[in-house]
Design a protein around this ligand. Structure first.
Ligand SMILES: Nc1nc2c(ncn2[C@@H]2O[C@H](COP(=O)(O)OP(=O)(O)OP(=O)(O)O)[C@@H](O)[C@H]2O)c(=O)[nH]1
Ligand SMILES: [Mg+2]
Length: 394
């Protein structure tokens, strides 16, 4: 069973269909992914029990085809493209109902040249801008209002690829209801704004025979690591790194194979405080709806609250900065930005795949080690501010 949108979705897939899914996980390019999902879908038997899964995969396929189309448009120099190349360290999509001040916020924070207008639906294509905080570059993407039907799927596609979401609400309108609508639109698409109790990340390894390694930073409520291995093997996944955060069930593990739902950390900015201060009751209501999402009250006109946005995003995204260094050289000035619980493996991978392939050991300075310059392996978990020196063969 895998759960989608909170509903249990029985998969009971035949082995052939399960084996096809690994191709989707291994796909590097969008083209590969589209082809793999098409092949997966054609191997899924059509009956009631697989209906939701087929529906979900079909939707995903449509989204990917659209993204491919947008990328092609971008390449051919067409001005109306929805594809935004990721720049900086962290990509944040700014979303909300029409006319709440999304563009005003993005403009004030990044200087991006995006259109601000008193009429709704003034933003028609995404506009990126850059904001810096603690040496970390945040790319903010201004988007068309999420309630606009035809563009909705494209904005959802942007969110799915982003690291987090900044929700801009308008204090002068019924913003609790607006948020409710937004949450349900996203949930229908498999995007969760509430932090789940636990999280499973499966990195499928395409090269080498690493076997299935499970790193648990939490616990599996209803099974063992051996059960996880068996589950993955039933999908013919034999080489993967499974990371478990918090409390998860075997269902969650199976769900993460399909990436049926993704969690996006978010921050809420209640804008236009200069016109109307939001009622404390309503703020409480919002906090109950999304307990893990910080709420900032402010105004893009007076500037109130804007300075809190970057540090709050930094916090909810659980970012760590790691400074690499070469032997006998000072650490790099620009950090590598990773997520909490990142390991030396991710650092090695982000420098160059050769660093991973020829890895011998790393020396680390910082709070994650017992003494400065301690030697560690690939699975060593790093802390914010750590300095990492990687030693390789040859
Ligand atoms: N008084 C006041 N007006 C604001 C504030 N923020 C934005 N506005 C005004 O609200 C209107 C809409 O602002 P935009 O930034 O274009 O809003 P948007 O959410 O990008 O709108 P769409 O792209 O059309 O969905 C404009 O007239 C802004 O000047 C604010 O904090 N206070
Ligand atoms: Mg706008």
């Amino acid at each position: 069973m895998i759960s989608l949108n909170g509903e249990k979705m029985p998969t009971n897939l035949p082995a052939e269909a399960k084996a096809k899914w690994i191709k989707v996980m291994e796909a590097r390019s969008i083209e590969e992914k589209i082809k793999a999902i098409e092949e997966f879908l054609s191997s899924v038997p059509k009956h009631k029990g697989t209906e939701r899964l087929r529906e979900w995969a079909t939707k995903r396929l449509a989204e990917l085809r659209e993204e491919l189309e947008e990328r092609r448009k971008k390449k051919s120099g067409s001005k109306v493209s929805f594809f935004i190349e990721k720049e900086g360290d962290i990509q944040i999509v700014v979303v909300g109902p029409p006319n709440t001040g999304k563009s005003s916020v993005v403009k004030r924070l990044t200087g991006a040249r995006t259109i601000i207008a008193e009429y709704p639906f003034s933003t028609l294509t995404p506009v990126p801008g850059m904001m810096k905080h603690n040496d970390v570059y945040f790319q903010l993407i201004d988007t068309p209002a999420l309630s606009q039907g035809s563009l909705q799927r494209k904005v959802i596609g942007l969110i799915r690829n982003a690291d987090g979401v900044l929700i801009v609400l308008d204090a002068t309108s019924d913003f609790t209801k607006d948020l409710e609508t937004l949450i349900s639109i996203l949930r229908r698409e498999g995007i969760l704004l509430s932090k789940p109790k636990g999280r499973v990340v499966i990195d499928v390894q395409r090269t080498g025979k690493t076997g299935i390694r499970v790193t648990s930073m939490g616990k599996i409520v209803d099974g063992t690591i051996e059960d996880v291995r068996k589950l993955l093997e039933s999908y013919r996944i034999f080489n993967a790194h499974v990371k478990i955060y918090g409390e998860v069930t075997l269902d969650d593990v199976e769900q993460s194979i399909f990436e049926a739902t993704v969690y996006k950390p978010s921050v809420i900015f209640i804008n236009k405080n200069d016109l109307r201060a939001p009622a404390p009751n309503d703020i409480e209501k919002i906090k109950r709806m999304l307990p893990s999402t910080p709420v900032i009250v402010g105004s893009a006109v007076t500037g109130l609250g804007l300075d809190k946005i970057a540090p709050t995003l930094y916090e909810v995204l659980e970012i760590i900065r790691v400074y690499t260094k070469a032997p006998n050289a000072p650490p790099a000035e620009k950090p590598i930005v990773l997520r909490k619980n990142a390991t030396v493996r991710e650092v090695a991978k982000s420098i160059h795949s050769e660093f991973l392939e020829n890895f011998l050991y790393a020396r680390v300075w910082g709070t994650s080690v017992k003494y400065p310059g301690e030697r560690v392996g690939l699975d060593h978990v790093l802390h914010d501010g750590d300095i990492v020196e990687i030693h390789t063969k040859g």
